[in-house]
Design a protein around this ligand. Structure first.
Ligand code: 4D9
Length: 162
């Protein structure tokens, strides 16, 4: 039995088209919706808590002059340095720690087009977002807020919501 609770060599994956998890056997190339015979259901449940297949996050992005797309609905072009962006982000980090609503802060300040949705990026799987963002997002527990995360887009605070 592997740490997944599934009998070897079965793995658990996520079907985007059907928006649900499925099970895949890399040896036989079989795939199926139902848990394979002999699955330890409690162990699989815990595994998926510790290794979510997808997460849903809000984020607040502050871009800087070296961002890969230094443009924003808020102002063009973006001229602040990365250090200034990090300085400003720490102000928002403090506001969040003081209980201000993440969505409101993202709506008013984020340079990502997701600002319209309170910074909501929807749910995503591994491989869909820039690696530093993915690493930080998947390390969060539901409800947790990250420390500043740097990507090619700028500097972010991430809140995992699911
Ligand atoms: O890449 C996007 N927006 C970029 C900025 C950006 N770069 C990111 C990098 C990682 C995660 C989110 C990110 N947002 C932009 O507006 O210049 C996305 C916008 C949206 C909007 C809704 C859902 C997903 C996404 S991903």
């Amino acid at each position: 039995m592997s740490s997944t609770g599934l009998p070897e060599p079965w793995t658990v994956r996520f079907s985007k088209s059907k928006s649900r998890q499925y099970f895949f056997n890399p040896q036989t190339k079989e795939s199926q919706w139902d848990e394979p015979e002999g699955t330890d259901h409690a162990a699989l449940k815990q595994y998926l808590v510790d290794h979510p297949l997808r997460v849903r996050c809000l984020h607040l992005l502050i871009k800087h002059k070296d961002s890969k797309r230094p443009a924003s609905h808020r102002c063009d072009p973006i001229t602040i340095s990365k250090e200034e962006a990090l300085e400003e982000l720490s102000v928002y980090q403090h506001k969040i720690e003081q209980g201000e609503k993440f969505e409101d802060l993202a709506k008013s300040r984020s340079d990502c087009s997701s600002f319209k949705r309170g910074g909501d990026l929807g749910s995503f799987a591994s491989g869909e977002m820039q690696p530093p963002f993915e690493k930080a997002a998947f390390a969060l527990k539901v409800g947790e807020v990250s420390k500043p995360v740097e990507t090619a887009s700028g500097v972010h605070i991430i809140k995992r919501v699911a």
